[in-house]
Design a binder for this molecule. Structure first.
Ligand SMILES: *[C@@H]1O[C@H](CO)[C@@H](O)[C@H](O)[C@H]1NC(C)=O
Ligand SMILES: *[C@@H]1O[C@H](CO)[C@@H](O)[C@H](O)[C@H]1NC(C)=O
Ligand SMILES: *[C@@H]1O[C@H](CO)[C@@H](O)[C@H](O)[C@H]1NC(C)=O
Ligand SMILES: *[C@@H]1O[C@H](CO)[C@@H](O)[C@H](O)[C@H]1NC(C)=O
Ligand SMILES: *[C@@H]1O[C@H](CO)[C@@H](O)[C@H](O)[C@H]1NC(C)=O
Ligand SMILES: *[C@@H]1O[C@H](CO)[C@@H](O)[C@H](O)[C@H]1NC(C)=O
Ligand SMILES: *[C@@H]1O[C@H](CO)[C@@H](O)[C@H](O)[C@H]1NC(C)=O
Ligand SMILES: *[C@@H]1O[C@H](CO)[C@@H](O)[C@H](O)[C@H]1NC(C)=O
Ligand SMILES: *[C@@H]1O[C@H](CO)[C@@H](O)[C@H](O)[C@H]1NC(C)=O
Ligand SMILES: *[C@@H]1O[C@H](CO)[C@@H](O)[C@H](O)[C@H]1NC(C)=O
Ligand SMILES: *[C@H]1O[C@H](CO)[C@@H](O)[C@H](O)[C@H]1NC(C)=O
Length: 667
């Protein structure tokens, strides 16, 4: 309770004032033994920020003990003792003979406010602090505080999370919405941190439908659907004893707090005026209503996010224009938007060649437009020998739940007859390769943008590897699979494809091999072994391509010329990384950071998987310039060790597919 002693200047006058005004609490912030707070009395924190007292649930005759902003004319409570409603205005609050804070109404049954932590002697006092925390102290030490028992309001300094882990008194601290805007009893929605070291904040509905709304991302908190404002500053703590989020307000005259509203929205409120004018602004972190819930276009910004084991999700209703939404199943396990084939035909003008965006590893991609104007990318999967419709649907359904800002969002699918089609959000700026390898457009990506892109890609892969339940290995990371949104943020595409097609099918004739030679790790290309480390390898190559603006060529193609890691190694060794760098970056880069990135790229592209960092290492190294990088080893394929690879092996692995080796790896 660091803030405890602040702003309590009026305290010394207290005995005098009490003498004059009897039981009036208007000028004190503390309740002591023998004080009696009636339903007409309040106490006010030292700097008059908060007020505590009883308030009534209009017209119902029910009184609750609560805390509200002193300046709030509506006295909307930010904390309520919701478990103990008082049944009439005769209610009082006092410190009992045993030191506990009790409320009594005409039933004459004392309700202990600090029931979570009882006093052990009578030497207690209860003080309302300017943070909004109401603390019960015994012998000078805080034994109970309202901040440990939040209601629906997340005030600066409050913690939401898990405590006392590994003890027999572990507890979870959450926000639970009011039943209705007037009724403070427990409502349907809970704001909580996921179990077991989760870095995510989510909203749970009573029926266990759950949606992540924000997450801890390299030292800062991000809301998934709304840009995090700069008014507040979250911190995240996770260790063997506790996992929680807390936040404070930045600046002096602004205050921000959050309310888990009875509608399921998480509202962001701001006090903008030190004069005491409270202005409310609310952000739309809301849980989608399901089809029973009325409906409306209310959750346009809400989409279900990554699921945890055993969780179900709200339907994605309202995220798709209704006319395109041909079927949204109402069953819990099917929350994917299904489109009819004729919808897709209309959207793409019957797959008109002019709408073709490109040819991905799994089939052509078309641009489409839904009647409401939403632009989509339509991937028409090559005819495939599917295991079965249901399995395919399940798989797509799982993939559609992966949500990360560095992954292209899968909006839905269409399965009809021979057709299997995936519908994605449309990325106006095409793919990364269309910029970095283009003599003109490469200049549009300065050093800072490239760093941002590298970091974004790393985040996306880390999410696939580590944080998503599916633990996806992409297996076909390359610059043409990194798409760029309106603001040039990178988004990984095709991330669930390896999974959808299944391991065996990725090697089948009709489908191109997963992996593109320049990005394939030696162990994958030669022996078909893949792991997270093969993605790390591909990431290393992509990183070097982004820095140099040059395309890599596969190690088995480089009979004469040096491949990109080889070239990077030679220049890095001689501390000439700026020669490796894309010339257009000369004015915008910083020398040290070029050096460091090239070294990181080399580490990722090490021949042996055991020498490569994991994706979380990569993210830390990108994030924190002071983390020392290990020294890379000489890339093996530079020394032509790989030349000894028998050509029959190559034959075995590549001839079985129709992968266009020569096209992709043009000498
Ligand atoms: C509270 O104030 C009202 C109006 O002044 C008065 O009628 C009522 O008796 C008071 N109640 C208590 C418990 O003092
Ligand atoms: C009560 O607590 C105060 C500190 O808050 C301490 O100074 C005092 O000695 C205590 N009294 C008794 C009787 O324990
Ligand atoms: C919690 O997470 C750790 C590390 O991820 C894991 O080893 C452990 O089994 C998890 N515990 C539970 C109860 O899920
Ligand atoms: C937030 O959104 C605004 C406008 O869309 C944009 O200019 C700004 O860069 C965004 N901030 C962050 C941190 O993404
Ligand atoms: C954010 O909060 C942390 C922890 O309280 C603090 O160390 C840091 O200085 C704060 N940052 C800003 C910009 O207020
Ligand atoms: C966890 O709690 C134990 C027992 O109170 C303490 O010894 C240990 O230092 C705590 N660990 C952390 C990381 O705070
Ligand atoms: C804001 O506060 C000032 C000073 O107290 C007051 O004059 C003004 O009317 C208030 N504005 C609103 C919208 O309440
Ligand atoms: C990215 O796309 C947006 C929207 O189409 C466009 O305004 C912007 O100019 C593009 N950026 C670049 C660098 O081409
Ligand atoms: C893949 O093929 C191998 C060898 O043909 C077979 O043993 C294995 O069961 C197949 N795996 C799947 C998932 O079909
Ligand atoms: C960066 O890394 C150094 C060395 O490992 C560590 O001491 C420091 O705390 C890290 N900084 C941040 C912000 O994580
Ligand atoms: C959501 O789905 C329900 C039931 O399928 C439908 O009645 C409602 O119109 C849909 N809402 C939107 C915005 O598409």
């Amino acid at each position: 309770m660091a803030s405890k002693k602040s702003n309590r200047g009026g305290l010394l006058l207290l005995p005098l004032l009490v003498l004059f005004f009897g039981s009036s609490f208007g000028v004190t912030d503390t309740i002591r033994p023998r004080d009696l707070l009636t339903s007409n009395d309040t106490i006010v924190s030292g700097a008059r920020v908060f007020e505590l007292g009883f308030f009534d649930d209009v017209g119902s005759g029910i009184y609750y003990l609560g805390i509200w902003f002193k300046a709030d004319p509506n006295r909307r409570a930010v904390w309520v003792n919701r478990e103990n409603p008082m049944i009439d205005s005769s209610c009082t609050l006092q410190i009992r003979y045993d030191g506990n804070l009790v409320m009594i109404d005409r039933r004459q049954t004392p309700m202990i406010v600090n029931s979570g932590m009882l006093a052990t002697n009578a030497n207690t006092s209860a003080t309302l602090l300017d943070s909004g925390n109401f603390v019960l102290e015994q012998g000078g030490a805080v034994i109970w505080q309202s901040f440990d028992y939040p209601t629906d309001t997340y005030l600066p300094g409050m913690k939401v999370g898990w405590f006392g882990l590994n003890t027999d008194q572990s507890r979870i601290q959450v926000l639970v919405s009011w039943m209705s805007p007037q009724n403070p009893s427990r409502g349907l929605f809970t704001l909580a941190v996921g179990y077991n070291g989760s870095t995510k904040l989510g909203v749970w509905r009573q029926d266990n439908v759950h949606m992540d709304i924000g997450f801890w991302d390299r030292g800062s908190f991000r809301f998934i659907f709304v840009n995090t404002s700069d008014r507040y500053n979250f911190s995240y703590v996770s260790n063997e004893n506790e996992t929680y989020f807390t936040f404070n307000s930045k600046g002096t005259d602004a205050s921000t707090w959050f309310v888990m509203a009875s509608t399921g929205e998480l509202e962001e409120h701001n006090m903008v005026d030190a004069n005491g004018n409270i202005s409310f602004s609310s952000v739309s972190h809301q849980l989608c209503e399901d089809s029973q819930g009325g409906n409306s276009g209310k959750c346009l910004t809400s989409i279900p996010s990554t699921c945890e084991e055993g969780d179900d999700f709200a339907l994605v209703n309202g995220t798709m224009p209704s006319s395109a939404l041909v079927e949204i199943s109402q069953q819990k396990d099917q929350d994917l938007a299904l489109f009819t084939f004729s919808n897709i035909e209309v959207a793409t003008d019957y797959f008109a060649p002019r709408n073709k965006l490109g040819e991905g590893g799994f089939g052509p991609v078309y641009k489409g437009q839904l009647p409401e104007g939403l632009e989509i990318a339509v991937k028409r999967l090559s005819k495939m020998s599917r295991q079965g419709l249901e399995e395919f649907k399940n798989e797509v359904n799982l993939i559609s739940k992966l949500q990360h800002r560095n992954l292209v969002r899968l909006l839905g699918c269409c399965i009809e007859g021979e057709e299997s089609i995936l519908i994605y959000e449309y990325m106006p700026n095409k793919s990364l390769d269309s910029f970095i390898f283009d003599p003109e457009k490469r200049a549009l990506l300065d050093w800072r943008k490239r760093i941002g892109i590298i970091e974004g890609i790393a985040q996306g892969i880390l999410y696939l590897h580590k944080y998503s339940r599916l633990r996806i290995i992409h297996r076909d990371l390359k610059t043409s699979n990194i798409l760029l949104d309106r603001d040039m943020n990178p988004k990984i595409s095709d991330f669930g494809m390896a999974r959808i097609f299944g391991e065996n099918e990725t090697r089948a004739k009709t489908i191109r091999v997963v992996g593109t030679c320049g990005y394939m790790s030696p162990e994958y290309a030669m022996d078909g072994l893949f792991s997270e480390m093969s993605d790390v390898f591909a990431f290393g190559v992509i990183l070097l391509e982004i820095v140099s603006g040059e395309k890599n060529i596969a190690f088995f193609e480089c009979d004469h010329s040096l491949n990109l890691p080889g070239k990077a190694w030679n220049l890095w060794k001689e501390a000439k990384c700026t020669e490796f760098m894309d010339r257009t970056l000369a004015t915008s880069c910083s020398h040290n950071s070029v050096e460091r990135l090239v070294q990181l790229g080399l580490l990722c592209a090490q021949e042996r998987p055991m020498y490569r960092p994991t994706m979380s290492d990569v993210v830390s190294m990108l994030n924190n310039e002071t983390i020392p990088l290990p020294l890379p080893r000489e890339p093996a394929f530079l020394t032509h060790k790989m030349d000894s690879a028998p050509s029959s092996r190559r034959h075995r692995h590549f001839s079985a597919s129709e992968m266009t080796v020569s096209e992709l790896c043009a000498r």
